[in-house]
Design a binder for this molecule. Sequence first.
Ligand code: PMP
Length: 400
Amino acid sequence: WFDQARFIPPDAIFALTAKYVADSFPQKVNLGQGTYRDANGQPWVLPSVNKAREQLLANGLNHEYLPILGLADFRNATAKLVLGSDLYSQRQSQVATCQSLSGTGSLHLAGLLLRACHGQPKVYIPSPTWSNHHQVFGSLGFPCETFKYYDPETRDLDVESYYSMLDNAEPNSIVIIHACAHNPTGCDPSKEQWKEIARRMKERQLFPLFDSAYLGFNSGNLDEDAYPIRLFIGEMEMEAGVCVSFAKNMGLYGERVGCFLLATHTGQAATNTQSMLEMLQRSEVSNPPGFGAKIASQLLGSEELKQMWYADMVTMSDRIRSMRKALYENLLALETPGSWDHLIRQSGMFGFLGLSPEVVVKLRVTPNTMSPAISISEEPMDIDTIKWCEHTEMLHIRRQ
Ligand code: PMP
C-alpha cells in the first residue's frame, strides 16, 4: 500500500532547531524558531499566565472533555478582545467562533469552512510568508497564488505590487493577511495603506482571512495591532475571518490555544457557519484541548490578570525592540558593509536581514566540521526557501 509513498524533507525551521539542539557549542543562539527567549536565552512563562494557572489549580482543575466548539467563555472573551468592546457589542450576534488548535488549526478550520461554503476559490498568499500557509491551503486543494509583498531593493513593503494584485485578483477569492508583525519580513502596511487595501478588497469582493498570531506582541498594544481587523469588519463592514493564536502573546506555544472568528453580515449566517464549524471540528479533533484554553479564559476573565498580561506583552515587545537596536548599533560599530536601517524599521518577532542567499549559506556552518550545515548539494533549497530562512542564518555561526 505504501510503496509509492514519497519522502517529504523535514520542515526547514524545525530541522534547523534539531541541528541547534544537537550542537554542543555553549554560546549557540537559536534564531530559527519564532519563540520568545528571556535575557538568559530561556523560555519565559508570563507572570500573568503563571498567576492564571495558579488560580485555576487552586479552584480545582478537572480533565473532562470541552464542548466541540471549545470553552464558550474563552471564545467570547477572544472575540471581545480582538474586535474591541464597542465593535463586539454591536456585532457579537453576527460572529461565529470556534476554539482551535492554535493559529495553525484556526487557519485549517477556516479553510475547511470556506471550502464547504465556496468550493475551492483562489487563495492569494503574500511572498514571502510563513511557509505553512501554502501547506495548509494547498493540502485542502485550494489553488494558491503568491503575490509580491516585499521589495528586496528597498527592504520594505512593496505596497504597489500589493495593490496591483488586489486590482487584478479573481473576484470572490481569498486573501491571506498577516494582521500585524508580518512573518518573516517584519514590514506592515501603515494605517493609510490598510484603508486602501480594504477599499480595493471590498470593491473586488475578495475575502480577507486574517492570520493573527502576534496581536499585542508586535507593538505591546493589542488595540493598535488589531487595527486592520477592526477597520475591515467595523468601518468597512466587510465579512472576514480571523485566525487567532495565543502561542506567542501568552507564551502558550505547546498548549495549542487558538480560536477562529468569522464576522458575517447576519445573525443567521453566524448561527449557520458556527454549526458548520462544530461539525468540521467534530470530524477532525472532536474536542479541542482544555488546559491552555482554561488558562487563557481565566486570564481574559479577570481585569487584574489582563492588566498584568498587557504589561507582559510590553516587556516582550520592548525587549525585542531593544535587541533590534543593539544588533543595528553593533553592525554600525563594526562598520559592517551595507545599510541596516531596515532592521529598526521592521517590527515584531522576525528580523529580515536582507542578506543574499550566498551569504546566508556561507554563514551556516556545522558544529564540528565548520562546513556549511545545509549545503546546497546535500539538501537542495530553492532561492525562496533560502531567503525565507534568512533570519536563521546565524544559527550555527561559531567563532573560529
Ligand atoms: N501564522 C504565523 C504568521 C506564524 O508565524 C505562526 C507561528 N510561527 C502561526 C501562524 C501559527 O502558530 P501556532 O499554530 O503555533 O499558533
